[in-house]
Design a protein around this ligand. Structure first.
Ligand SMILES: O=P(O)(O)OC[C@H]1O[C@H](O)[C@H](O)[C@@H](O)[C@@H]1O
Length: 531
């Protein structure tokens, strides 16, 4: 199949995307999916009928539909860790299921924890659950990776719905992070949430101890103002967090898929339990869509296949995520973990070398800011970077509708410009009169845009809690589909371990002890300890 895709690529060399629209006036509609109020337009790519059919066949060959059902029904598809990958169960409504792991239905436990979270979040919001100096004004979530990026991104995304205490996020072991965050907070009115699936992550535990010391200097019982989100109840107890404020989850929730459960507690406190339920409903809607929609109308599938076409077949090594939605500023970082930690692998499930390259590098920033920084390279640089735009039809500032119109116009303009480009002839015409002869030729060359640069646009009505749920689950399933088709395990992350081990073994070097390391590392350590 990959050979056939390669042949299809060669056959399309030199064919311009813009020309496809001239040949087929119905193209936009035929390569757009409308579902759940959203519109996913992948028509500004080389995908055509034959290519789409071949890509769908690729998914069928990998039995993607079967693997998706296996994932959602609790099969231990994370083989290297012997675990299920059941984040979809976290957003399954009451009455759904059963979803069995080792014979037992996991949904009653999920819903019981959700109800406990709701009772706690409600009490914090209403001031019934209080700090030792009064009702909580601030929440500090201490976590890293999946225990930080999801809630941090979502709290920012849903700011217009955040009517609870202020939420802050501390992740880095760099003391600057916690120092800057705690400065100005009243410890007696701050709730600290320690979010860590394993409760062993060095950054999180270091920050948690620092926060407890900070709290201990101001209140009689610091542990009373701590909550924990974890799978490791022995460790949360050892830290001194009372059981009533520990919200557990199971090992079948991967860190980067965990915002839907206890790790989402800060989000729930910020926006309230009812809106958090809307967020879950949005995710669940996308789960049903992924399982039920036919391939051509299946948003995660077509997003995955377009991604595979660009990264694995065309060889474009990176993908830019460009939300024209300032509140999604942390989405690129969130998607970096989701996609690069899931699919940045060098071995297939059966231990072989992957047939194609694996995850592309994901990066991005919100528009329009990106236009004034790196988009130069996207338009005129020598490498092709497929772009993914996200944009809402409506903002949350009706009084600033003119801002929103400009925002949307810029988003559409970027995608159009990337595709259309500007030929040398057009550039010459543009400059004619200002320059002549050789100068005209030279100046014109600098104003050429090669064009034919592909992009996908996801448009949605408004960034509500439910819509954010749909968007995040869309990306989760896209990453799953890409991984399944590539034959890799998207749910482990062995690649993060070596650095952690070495950090432990190198720490003594910063106290002046001899360590086994390269000359470069030893010299750097000596410099950094001021020797
Ligand atoms: O939630 P924790 O156990 O503290 O883990 C936090 C993060 O660190 C790990 O190193 C992994 O790379 C991430 O997948 C995880 O989300």
């Amino acid at each position: 199949m990959w050979d056939r895709l390669e042949a299809l690529r060669r056959a399309r060399a030199g064919r311009r995307i813009a020309a496809l629209f001239e040949e087929d006036p119905g193209r936009a509609a035929r390569f757009t999916i409308r579902a759940g109020g959203m519109l996913l337009d992948y028509s500004k790519t080389q995908v055509d009928d034959a290519l789409r059919a071949a890509l769908i066949e690729l998914a069928e060959e990998a039995d993607l539909a079967g693997r998706a059902r296996a994932m959602m029904s609790g099969a231990k598809i994370n083989e290297t860790e012997g675990r299920a990958a059941l984040h979809t169960a976290l957003r399954a409504p009451e009455g759904a299921g059963p979803v069995r792991v080792d014979g037992a239905d996991v949904l009653p436990g999920v819903h019981a924890t959700l109800r406990r979270m709701e009772a706690f979040a409600g009490a914090v919001r209403e001031g019934r659950e209080r700090g030792q100096g009064g009702a909580y004004t601030d929440i500090v979530n201490i976590g890293i990776g999946g225990s930080d990026l999801g809630p941090a991104m979502a709290v920012r995304a849903l700011h217009p719905y955040a009517d609870g205490p202020r939420c802050h996020f501390v992740s880095n072991v760099d003391g600057a992070d916690i120092a800057d965050t705690l400065a100005g907070l009243d410890p007696a009115r701050t709730l600290v949430i320690v979010a860590s699936k394993t409760f062993t992550t060095i950054e999180t535990m270091t920050n948690a101890h620092t926060a407890r010391d900070w709290m201990g200097r101001a209140v009689a019982d610091p542990a009373a103002q701590f909550a924990a989100l974890s799978t490791a109840l022995d460790r949360t107890a050892a830290f001194g967090i009372p059981e009533a404020r520990v919200f557990p989850f199971a090992d079948w929730v991967g860190g980067r898929y965990s915002v839907w459960g206890p790790i989402g507690l800060a989000l729930m406190i910020a926006i309230g339990p009812a809106r958090f339920r809307d967020f879950l409903a949005g995710g669940h809607w996308m789960d049903r869509h992924f399982i039920e929609a036919p391939p051509q109308e299946n948003m995660p599938l077509m997003l995955a296949l377009t991604g595979l076409w660009h990264a694995q077949v065309c060889g474009h090594a990176t993908r830019a995520v460009l939300p024209y939605d300032q509140r999604l500023a942390r989405l690129p970082a969130y998607l970096q973990q989701l996609e690069m930690e899931s699919n940045g692998k060098g071995v297939t499930m059966d231990g072989a070398t992957p047939r194609a390259s694996t995850a592309p590098v994901i990066w991005g920033e919100p528009g329009t800011n990106a236009q004034h920084s790196f988009m130069q390279l996207l338009h005129q640089g020598t490498q092709v970077v497929p772009c993914e735009f996200l944009v809402a039809a409506e903002g949350h500032e009706p009084e600033l509708a003119h801002h929103h119109r400009l925002l949307v116009a810029n988003c559409l303009a970027q995608a159009e410009a990337l595709m259309r480009g500007r030929s040398l002839e057009e550039a010459r015409e543009m400059l004619d009169g200002r320059y002549a002869g050789e100068a005209l030729e030279r100046q014109a060359r600098h104003r050429v845009f090669p064009g034919d640069r592909p992009s996908v646009t996801l448009a949605y009505p408004k960034l509500t809690p439910e819509m954010l749920g749909r968007i995040l689950a869309l990306y989760e399933h896209r990453v799953f589909a890409e991984g399944a088709i590539l034959g890799i395990n998207s749910f482990d992350q062995w690649g993060v371990e070596l650095g952690k081990e070495l950090a432990k073994s190198l720490e003594p070097a910063l106290r002046g002890e001899e360590v086994a390391a390269s000359g470069s590392t030893r010299a750097l350590a000596a410099f950094l300890r001021g020797a």
